[in-house]
Design a protein around this ligand. Structure first.
Ligand SMILES: [Mg+2]
Length: 382
């Protein structure tokens, strides 16, 4: 079972405009240019939505419904700047994420409960970080695939957190209106309504064949989504050629043991991200920054792996070679490059490797909880 988060900023453009000009707070604000022009509403505040406004609406129509609204052209450079800042914060939690638009992100936290705690608690933490660091409210949906996560993030807005536990997808969807399903536009909605289909259980109560026959591939997709199915893997940007994770210490560190402990945590997180992507990496780089800002980067090529132990042992070796001065360390980081997609390589695993993988996961868990040295490998002599 996979665990995907969908984080969606609440009225993102408006939130940014309100940071730039706090006087816009609590007022109907519309981004989209000249209210007498030919444009459409790019975004509107929740106060404006009370007048029936929504994004995509012709701006002249919006002006007729809400003449007292504040109409802005929008600061698109600022939106991009905030979007980038949000991505940077989220990258600190999950080295791989998919940016779906300027204000929404999919994050794969599968298997990360032991790293970050219960999923809804983690979601709350992400929300608080967005507010504390960027003053931006967001809603988060958590589900077993991207579709569920997206519908869930939209379920309670603003400031919502909706967790759909695995196995509860159909139950969650059943009574929701069909237009919450991504891909159901105005035209599709009208056609379905004409057939008496209004809520999602109206779809699931009918045979799949009906939808694929009448609507082809989009009908087929619709039926699958209504039944709680969706894409389970993220598609991060194609340019992603590396995954990195680093920690700046609150106080400089001068013990190798402490550095190894931190490195171990970083390796566990990065290995989990690899696993979630179904990727293998074959190059590991370690970054070390001394308190006087001298920065050392050392890397090593290895056999393709997603094994946290191999990643840790390799980077711990690099650490020993890099930490040569008697000066405290302020930052340690790790970066993986040269990936292959593991999905097509599954046949390479034999039974022993699969069992070894499970044992390593268990060891990983114990070490994260009790420290790296709490469990050690021994050598059995025959
Ligand atoms: Mg949004």
């Amino acid at each position: 079972m996979r665990t995907i988060f969908h984080l969606d900023m609440d009225a993102f453009f408006i939130s940014v405009e309100r940071i730039l000009n706090p006087k816009l707070e609590f007022k109907p604000v519309i981004v989209g240019g000249d209210p007498h022009g030919r444009g459409v509403v790019a975004a509107c505040s929740y106060e404006a939505r009370k007048y029936g406004l929504h994004s995509g609406m012709p701006i002249r129509t919006a002006f007729k419904l809400c003449p007292k609204g504040i109409y802005l052209h929008g600061h698109y450079d600022e939106y991009n700047r905030y979007s980038h800042a949000a991505k940077t914060i989220l990258s600190g939690y999950a080295p791989i994420l998919e940016q779906a638009s300027v204000d929404e992100f999919y994050i794969d936290f599968t298997g990360c409960e032991h790293l970050y705690g219960e999923y809804p608690t983690l979601a709350l933490k992400l929300q608080k970080e967005m507010i504390n660091k960027l003053f931006l409210p967001c809603s988060i949906g958590i589900g077993s695939n991207k579709t569920i996560a997206k519908i869930a993030s939209d379920y309670k807005k603003p400031n919502g957190i909706t967790y759909v536990p695995p196995g509860k997808e159909k139950q969650f969807l059943a009574s929701l209106p069909i237009q919450v399903i991504p891909g159901v536009g105005k035209v599709m909605l009208k056609k379905l309504n004409e057939k008496g289909i209004y809520i999602i259980s109206d779809i699931t109560n009918m045979p799949k064949d009906f939808f694929s026959t009448v609507y082809g591939k989009s009908g087929n997709d619709l039926w699958e989504k209504a039944n709680g199915n969706g894409a389970e893997y993220l598609t991060p940007s194609r340019e992603q050629k590396s995954i990195s994770h680093e920690t700046t210490f609150l106080e400089d560190v001068n013990s190798l043991h402490n550095l190894e402990e931190t490195l171990f945590g970083l390796c566990a997180k990065i290995a989990q991200s690899l696993k979630n992507m179904n990727w293998y990496a074959s190059n590991i780089a370690l970054k070390l920054r001394y308190s006087d800002f001298q920065t050392i980067i050392k890397s090593k090529s290895i056999r393709m792996t997603d094994d946290p132990l191999i990643i840790f042992n390799t980077s711990a070796g690099l650490l020993k070679n890099s930490y040569t001065r008697r000066v405290p360390i302020r930052l340690i980081g790790i970066k993986l490059t040269k990936f292959i997609i593991a999905a097509e390589q599954q046949f390479l695993f034999d039974d022993i490797q699969i069992r070894r993988g499970k044992a390593l996961d268990a060891i990983n868990l114990i070490r994260l909880k009790y420290g790296y040295k709490s469990i050690q490998f021994g050598i059995i002599k025959a």
